[in-house]
Design a protein around this ligand. Structure first.
Ligand SMILES: Cc1ncc(C[n+]2csc(CCOP(=O)(O)OP(=O)(O)O)c2C)c(N)n1
Length: 327
């Protein structure tokens, strides 16, 4: 994990108590530690494919913790933090990523294209855009049944160029559906930079065209993500309408781990590395005395140990094809 000497992100704790700040820290750090483990396994040939969300964790985690656990979330391929922040069982997650029967989708889909109804998480649709229309369906059901729930759909900057993005946002606006659309603008859609992706200045400029509110936030600032989504979610429950949120961030690794990053200039990694969401938030909490070095070290050690135990258990589960443990 990046060790930063100073905080480059301006955090505002508002009236949040220490307990909430620490919960946000722990949940923010979990997907990072989880992923660091997965990247090692990938290099050892023990998992076959991985989409990294390193550097984008504040969006998944901040959004998930800002919602009620009954609100439906529609994650994409870089939203590991949604699964961990919703408290999904780590053993089951590992077996999901290994394509085993004990995974959430019983050996199908493997990484990221899975959901879990008990967790109110709808599995990612590979075509990217249709997620947003499905979120509309949930928003409509919530509105008609007056259950006061909201739906939240994630999308990347690349997927905003798909027809379904426009259709979904238009319908959501016309029908006043309680749906939060979160664009994770991480500067690249595979190898296409945003300068070749859209011509408007910012993606929230599109909100005006659909007749909805749009707000741009620092996607690396967990407190800003949490505060913004919490505020809108609470409001949408009583005043249903869609919101477009553009969370600015950066994809710190390749599109997927095998595809490399040759087309990304090094200075962008350097600049965004300094804005690391985990390291900066950790520094901030250390500085204001909410965390101590010992609390940080103990938490990381404990969580890494839990990951190792769950991973060992997951490897023992028989592989569907061979009927034997994996390793
Ligand atoms: C219709 C369609 N075209 C292409 C792909 C392959 N694909 C999967 S993710 C992706 C990049 C999407 O970029 P973006 O929406 O910016 O999300 P990011 O990967 O940057 O998080 C592509 C091209 C796909 N899944 N579906």
């Amino acid at each position: 994990m990046a060790t930063l000497t100073q905080s480059l992100i301006k955090f505002d704790r508002k009236t949040y108590d220490d307990e909430l700040l620490v919960t946000l820290y722990k949940e923010l750090t979990k997907p990072r530690l989880f992923e660091e483990k997965m990247l090692v396994l990938l290099r050892q040939g023990k998992i076959s494919k991985w989409f990294s969300g390193i550097g984008q964790e504040a969006i998944s985690v901040g959004a998930t913790l800002a919602l009620e656990s009954s609100d439906y979330i529609f994650p994409m391929h870089r939203n590991l933090g949604v699964f961990t922040a919703r408290g999904m069982d780590l053993f089951q997650l590992f077996t999901q990523f290994q394509g085993k029967m004990t995974g959430f989708s019983k050996g199908r889909e493997r990484s990221f294209h899975f959901g879990s109804n008990p967790h109110h998480i709808v599995g990612m649709i590979s075509h990217l855009g249709p997620q947003m229309s499905l979120a509309n369906g949930v928003g409509l059901a919530e509105k008609l049944s007056q259950t006061k729930g909201v739906a939240l759909a994630f999308t990347g900057d690349g997927a905003t160029s798909q027809g379904e993005f426009h259709e979904a946002l238009n319908v959501a606006a016309v029908w006043d559906l309680p749906v939060i659309f979160v664009i994770e603008n991480n500067a690249y859609g595979l190898s296409t930079p945003i300068s070749e992706q859209y011509k408007c200045k910012d993606l929230i400029d599109r909100a005006l065209g659909y007749g909805m509110e749009g707000v741009q936030i620092d996607g690396n600032n967990i407190l800003e993500v949490y505060t913004t989504i919490h505020k809108y979610a609470d409001d949408l429950r009583y005043n249903p309408r869609p919101i477009l949120i553009e969370a600015m961030t950066f994809r710190m690794r390749g599109h997927e781990e095998a595809s490399g990053t040759k087309y990304v200039p090094q200075y962008l990694f350097d600049e965004w590395g300094m804005k690391d969401p985990v390291g900066n938030y950790e520094n901030y909490l250390l500085k204001i005395g909410v965390l101590t070095d010992k609390m940080v070290a103990d938490f990381k050690e404990q969580f890494r140990e839990e990951l190792n135990i769950m991973l060992d258990r997951a490897f023992q589960v028989p592989d569907i094809e061979s009927g034997k443990p994996s390793f």
